[in-house]
Ligand binder design. Structure first.
Ligand SMILES: C[S@@+](CC[C@H](N)C(=O)[O-])C[C@H]1O[C@@H](n2cnc3c(N)ncnc32)[C@H](O)[C@@H]1O
Length: 565
């Protein structure tokens, strides 16, 4: 299979765990050291470690206690830096009692705590069945399950990795399941995908742990036929790992890229047409990377240097953003959303590309600014900060329930010039005086393909028709937003997608029917400098930029600045 030259998605050890703290990287091989021992005892006793296809016992598992050897070389129950003790009770607490809870009556059996893999599986099934966003669904599931930090890290890794690599995993599974793959129950399919992800792509999970845990889950959830099938397929995969990990062999570039990096053909085809084969493949690979954590400093409260010092003192690793002047890239240390600095309004969690939008707007103190699609308020608050909280920033969004998010955000940052309003941006000119704003930002609703690293499921839920429909809406909103820009004022249009129909083509179409606007290439030097240095804009810069996820490791974003003549 393959000539060795074709880029392969295999063998990439995922370095970290999105959402969960970095200390979660020390997750035990199976994520549940104590439970895995029980699991193994159960599995070997019931004979389920027998490879049904060959009819021979699994020698690797025999006589060993699964999960007794951790991928980090520590013994189970060993404490990783920054993690809470995984075992042992505090004084006065019963076995299994969680801090802050009443001891259970001695005779009442405690409900079994879910394992990391069970939490991941339930999340995957919910995302597939309800179309819910994986990040929201996972956060909820993690809160409910009360997993340890390492186990929360493993569950997070499994959810994101399985959705990100779904097409490749299906391709490999279908080589082993010749009939009925598409008719599998959603939970069985999700379990097989999640286990295949561990076998094929997670070097730190021993294959026998991945297989045995899957069989235990299948037994708990289904009848013996299902657990037998899961056992058979996964042991077959385990035996043929070397061959199954070989690069995808496909003459057709759309399918080769699509299967290797797990994207639908229609999307790969569009990106090849827009960017060429090589760049399209880089986009696809970058979309499967773990996103950076970054925050935007509130310059009204502290300097970036001071913030980095405070972050370092609290155990975070903080680096200045290469892209955004107020940005800091952060790793380690814990949950930034629960940091004192966040609560006290010193910083806001925001992607670096997203920070560029307000920088391109370059608002001045005292200006009258309109943010047409403002929730949850990331760019609104950035604009107010850049204006020194002097002037007026009107933050409009169509969803009433999101108004509070913007208000809370502004209050947390100590901003008094943000005024929130609710309404359709398609009716702006009915609600505001035409020609009345110095600056109008339209951060438009979009297909979101620039943020695929954070919401991988959109690869599978969005369609080409969705792109066309959202492009139509954007065109209407842009026409409406333009009516409110005063002569000599500025209109900034941005999206977090990389679809040209929603970006460059959208702007060119707008300009062709709005002669009073022209592209404005006079961007602040601090924005242009890193873009130039990295070859993203050149001598002929015309006032629009398309950031791709591989450029700075930040979200894919499009920004255009237009001036009303
Ligand atoms: C890309 S998000 C905006 C993100 C925001 N600018 C920020 O930085 O936090 C697009 C927003 O547009 C809003 N939206 C969608 N359709 C809209 C419409 N017709 N009028 C106004 N807002 C709309 C959505 O509620 C969503 O919050």
């Amino acid at each position: 299979m393959g000539d060795g030259k074709t880029p392969s998605a295999f063998g990439q050890v995922r370095r970290g765990i999105p959402l969960a703290p970095r200390s979660g990287d020390t997750a035990s091989a199976d994520g549940q050291a104590g439970k895995a021992q029980a699991t193994n005892a159960q599995a070997t006793k019931s004979g389920k470690t027998i490879d049904k296809n060959n009819g021979r016992p699994d020698q690797r598992g025999a006589g060993k206690t699964l999960g007794s050897k951790r991928s980090d070389g520590k013994s189970p129950g060993g404490k990783s830096p920054g993690s809470k003790p995984s075992g042992g009770n505090r004084p006065g607490m019963r076995n299994g009692q969680r801090p802050g809870t009443k001891p259970a009556p001695a005779n009442k059996p405690q409900p079994r705590r879910k394992t990391a893999r069970e939490v991941a599986l339930e999340t995957l099934v919910r995302v597939a069945e309800s179309g819910a966003y994986s990040n929201l669904q996972l956060n909820r599931a993690l809160e409910d399950a009360g997993l340890s930090r390492p186990d929360a890290g493993l569950a997070t890794e499994l959810v994101y990795g399985t959705i990100q690599h779904q097409r490749l995993l299906d391709d490999r599974l279908q080589a082993l399941i010749t009939k009925g793959f598409r008719k599998l129950d959603p939970w069985v399919l999700a379990l097989l995908r999640m286990s295949a992800y561990q076998l094929l792509m997670l070097d730190r999970v021993p294959p026998h742990a991945a297989v045995n845990e899957a069989v235990v889950i299948a037994k708990r959830r289904g009848h013996s036929g299902i657990s037998g099938m899961v056992n058979g397929v996964l042991r077959n995969m385990e035996r043929n790992l070397a061959e199954l990990k070989e690069p995808v062999e496909q003459a057709n570039p759309v399918q080769r890229i699509g299967i290797t990096h797990s994207y639908p053909d229609w999307l790969v085809k569009r990106w090849i047409a827009a960017y060429g084969e090589e760049t399209a493949e880089r986009i696809c690979a970058a979309g499967n990377e773990r996103p950076h954590s970054s925050l935007r400093i509130n310059p009204l409260k502290l300097s970036r240097d001071k913030a980095m010092q405070l972050l370092a003192d609290s155990g975070f690793e903080a680096q200045p953003s290469a892209l955004a002047a107020e940005g800091v890239v952060v790793s380690g240390g814990g949950n930034l959303a629960q940091s004192d600095g966040y609560r006290d309004g010193w910083w806001t969690l925001q992607d670096e590309s997203s920070m560029l939008v307000a920088d391109v707007c370059a608002p001045e103190s005292g200006m009258k600014v309109l943010d047409c699609c403002a929730a949850p308020g990331g760019k609104t608050t950035h604009l107010a900060e850049l204006m020194g909280d002097r002037g007026q920033v009107v933050a409009n969004d169509v969803h009433p329930h999101k108004q509070l998010l913007i208000d809370e955000h502004a209050a947390r940052l100590g901003l008094r010039t943000v005024h929130t309003v609710v309404g359709d941006a398609g009716t702006l000119s009915e609600r505001f005086e035409p020609d009345s704003f110095d600056l109008v930002l339209l951060d438009a609703p979009c297909s979101g393909f620039g943020v695929i690293r954070r919401k991988p499921e959109i690869k599978w839920t969005k369609s080409e028709a969705d792109v066309a429909a959202i492009a139509d809406l954007q065109a209407k909103l842009m026409d409406e937003a333009a009516k409110l820009v005063r002569p000599g004022g500025v209109l900034v249009y941005s999206t977090c997608t990389i679809e040209q129909e929603e970006n460059e083509q959208q702007v060119l179409k707008f300009l062709s029917s709005n002669e009073s606007f022209k592209l404005d290439a006079e961007w602040p030097e601090r924005v242009l400098q890193p873009l130039r240095a990295n070859g993203i804009v050149g001598e002929s810069f015309g006032g629009m930029v398309q950031l791709l996820p591989q450029h700075f490791g930040s979200d894919g974003f499009f920004i255009a600045r237009l001036k009303r003549l």
